[in-house]
Design a protein around this ligand. Structure first.
Ligand code: ZN
Length: 92
């Protein structure tokens, strides 16, 4: 699958059609508007915090995307904002 910018596609279509074909261009624009949208997957990182007054050796994890405090448990995704947490060395 290839994700494209639907709004930019509409602008290009409206410019590409000659003025006499404006109704067809609007129709194509309406078809583009009816296409399903896919939310891009948000990625984040657990920011490790160590220290503090009650530090007993376990880091506290904070979501890099929303600041959610996950306590001592670094899950695969943020339970607050849904960001997928990158593995070490993973690109993205
Ligand atoms: Zn989050």
């Amino acid at each position: 699958m290839r994700l494209i910018d639907a709004d930019e596609l509409k602008r290009v279509v409206l410019r590409a059609f000659p003025p006499v074909a404006y109704d067809q261009a609007l129709l194509v624009g309406r078809i583009i508007d009816r296409m399903p949208t896919i939310d891009p997957v948000k990625h984040g990182l657990w920011i490790e915090h160590k220290g503090g007054d009650d530090y007993i050796g376990y880091p506290i994890y904070e979501c890099s995307e929303c600041g959610y405090d996950a306590g001592e448990t670094a899950t695969n995704y943020c339970p607050n904002c849904g960001a997928l947490m990158r593995e070490d060395g993973e690109e993205g």
